[in-house]
Design a protein around this ligand. Structure first.
Ligand code: HEM
Ligand code: HEM
Length: 206
């Protein structure tokens, strides 16, 4: 009774979770920490921007200033994803994750964990590959007046392979994020559990 009150006061909701016998471990936060939620949706917006600047670049003729600006925005938005993911990992590591209620079978939890690791790998590898490709090209880039430091020096032989791997990783990203978002909606509308509420800033704890 007292433990329940203490947990509620600390912003925790009662949730049947883990098999642990520790009564305090039964209580898990009702949703992700505010910082994790903010960075999750910010990264989604940044990634939409990064994809859009590449997918829509053919709206402008080659060598036009608009197309060059799209490329610069692409680099900037992509590098912002890379910066955000490190902050997000720090916030994530220093806060407690919530649990889905009612809890899904353990195999589904394992698949979800694997998907989260893959999404983090995507958020790190995709911008890094693009940055390496730009470095290999050897053209100096200035973003918001700041010269972009390059991770590698010019090397023409690496430009095409790096661009190709970046492109393939970008396509894998569509599939991964698409499946992840579909899974979240399936949980919400079909399973009718609290999965979406865990990441939704305006949700009331159920
Ligand atoms: C989350 C971040 C990023 C996403 C989602 C992303 C996605 C993409 C996509 C979809 C393409 C088009 C591939 C094609 O069909 O040809 C592309 C191309 C490219 N990206 Fe990224 N990218 C990201 C970050 C970056 C970063 C940080 C850089 C460099 C600093 C970069 C540099 C490039 C380059 C050089 C190309 C080839 C451009 C061209 O063909 O003109 N990308 N990216
Ligand atoms: C419309 C798009 C999206 C929806 C509806 C969505 C929804 C959700 C929901 C409901 C959760 C909490 C469920 C859980 O813990 O399994 C979650 C977690 C997560 N999402 Fe998304 N998401 C979207 C886009 C993205 C994107 C673009 C990324 C990164 C590329 C991403 C990465 C993650 C990660 C890594 C987690 C685990 C929690 C964390 O460590 O931050 N999501 N998402």
């Amino acid at each position: 009774m007292r433990t329940a009150r203490r947990a509620r006061n600390a912003g925790f909701a009662a949730m049947p979770a883990s098999s642990s016998a520790d009564p305090v471990a039964v209580f898990r936060p009702a949703r992700y920490a505010g910082g994790v939620i903010a960075l999750h949706w910010l990264v989604l917006l940044l990634m939409i921007g990064a994809y859009a600047t590449m997918e829509l670049r053919d709206l402008f003729p080659k060598a036009s200033p608009e197309r060059a600006a799209m490329r610069l925005w692409h680099y900037g938005l992509g590098l912002a994803v890379l910066a955000a993911v490190f902050v997000r990992l720090l916030v994530r590591a220093s806060t407690r994750p919530p649990g889905i209620a009612p809890p899904p079978p353990p195999w589904q939890e394992r698949v979800a964990k694997l998907a989260h690791v893959a999404l983090y790998a995507l958020m790190i590898a995709l911008p890094l590959l693009g940055w390496l490709a730009v470095g290999a090209e050897g053209r100096p880039i200035t973003l918001a007046g700041i010269p972009l430091p390059m991770p590698i020096g010019p090397d023409k032989a690496w430009v095409k392979p790096l661009e190709k791997i970046h492109e393939v990783a970008g396509q894998a990203g569509y599939a991964l994020v698409g499946l992840h978002a579909a899974a979240a909606l399936w949980h919400h509308y079909v399973m009718r559990d609290n999965t979406l509420a865990l990441m939704w800033p305006f949700a009331k704890p159920r």
